[in-house]
Ligand binder design. Structure first.
Ligand SMILES: [Zn+2]
Length: 82
């Protein structure tokens, strides 16, 4: 099946947030982790929201640089580190 190859290529091309070896904890491009400033539940556009299953798709926004990540760590929007 060639469709499987296409899916793999897409996953390689997509940028994901870095994770800490062992714990899998997110490390934002700005250096923020959940143990520091942390991440806030949000909508894909970065609007803060309560993490309720009925109204939240699992996105998080970096409290430091406003980068937005999907629940699997896919970077939806890069932050501003300057
Ligand atoms: Zn950040």
């Amino acid at each position: 099946m060639t469709s499987h190859d296409l899916i793999d290529a897409h996953m390689i091309a997509a940028a994901h947030i870095q994770t800490e070896a062992g714990t899998g904890e997110w490390i934002c491009a700005c250096g923020n982790t959940s143990g520091q400033a942390g991440f806030h539940a949000c909508h894909p556009d970065g609007t803060h929201t309560a993490p309720l299953p009925s109204s939240w798709a699992g996105h998080y926004i970096c409290t430091d640089c406003d980068a937005v990540m999907a629940s699997d760590g896919l970077i939806i929007r890069t932050g501003s580190t300057d």
